[in-house]
Design a protein around this ligand. Structure first.
Ligand SMILES: [Zn+2]
Length: 219
């Protein structure tokens, strides 16, 4: 089983990826983590990727794909959940080619659909603890005392990136980049769109159903 989870920032993708990985007992590959691991290990690809990451740029497709393929080769064959990849149609094609060489393919792609208005509300309300980095949200997950971390009592602040204007810009870039990728998988008949606006467990259920795996849930 090779599945891909796609969702805009603020869609709850990270939470769902975590739940799905456990429920489906698949290998989780997030390209963001993969970069950090390769950098930490000091591999050739990691060193290359670091140059871009240090500048705050996206790591170029060729490097990402090389890393991902290496990772797939070393992954047990019980299945993979990809998160954060592919970002572009070029990457999606390269991934299809690479999987075809292993006599396998992407089975299903799920997109967590949340309206732009709701995403802006969620992203624009993000607060982070300056001490322990816990994440809160004025829209979805408030701290008990305004501006104070529940866990460590630290002060909460808003990153420049998380202000509503910045959130809108981030989303617009995200949609520009992602819409063609969704179209690519839609044409292959592999795309399922799932609403990400309901409670977490409803979204999980809808995703499992989309992956044809709702039976993993207890009754
Ligand atoms: Zn804290």
């Amino acid at each position: 089983m090779h599945i891909i989870l796609i969702g805009p920032p603020g869609s709850g993708k990270g939470t769902q990826a975590n739940l799905l990985t456990k429920l489906l007992a698949v290998n989780y590959i997030a390209t963001g983590d993969m970069f950090r691991e390769e950098v930490a290990k000091g591999t050739e690809l990691g060193k290359l990727a670091k140059v871009y990451m240090d500048r705050g740029d996206y790591v170029p497709d060729e490097i990402t794909i090389d890393m991902l393929l290496k990772r797939l080769e070393n992954t047990p064959k019980n299945g993979v959940l990809l998160d954060g990849f592919p970002r572009t149609v070029g990457q999606a094609q390269a991934l299809d080619d690479a999987l075809a060489k292993r006599d396998t393919a992407i089975d299903k792609v799920a997109y967590i659909n949340v309206s732009e208005e709701e995403l802006t509300r969620r992203l624009g309300g993000r607060l982070i603890c300056e001490r322990c980095r816990s994440v809160y949200n004025e829209a979805t997950h408030r701290s008990k005392r305004t501006g104070i971390c529940d866990r460590c009592g630290g002060m909460l602040y808003q990153r420049e990136d998380d202000r509503p204007e910045a959130a809108r810009r981030r989303l617009s870039v995200y949609f520009q980049q992602t819409t063609p990728v969704l179209e690519y998988y839609r044409k292959q008949g592999k795309l399922a769109e799932v609403s990400g606006e309901g409670p977490i467990e409803d979204v999980t259920f809808a995703l499992l159903t989309a992956f044809g795996a709702a039976s993993v849930l207890p009754d």
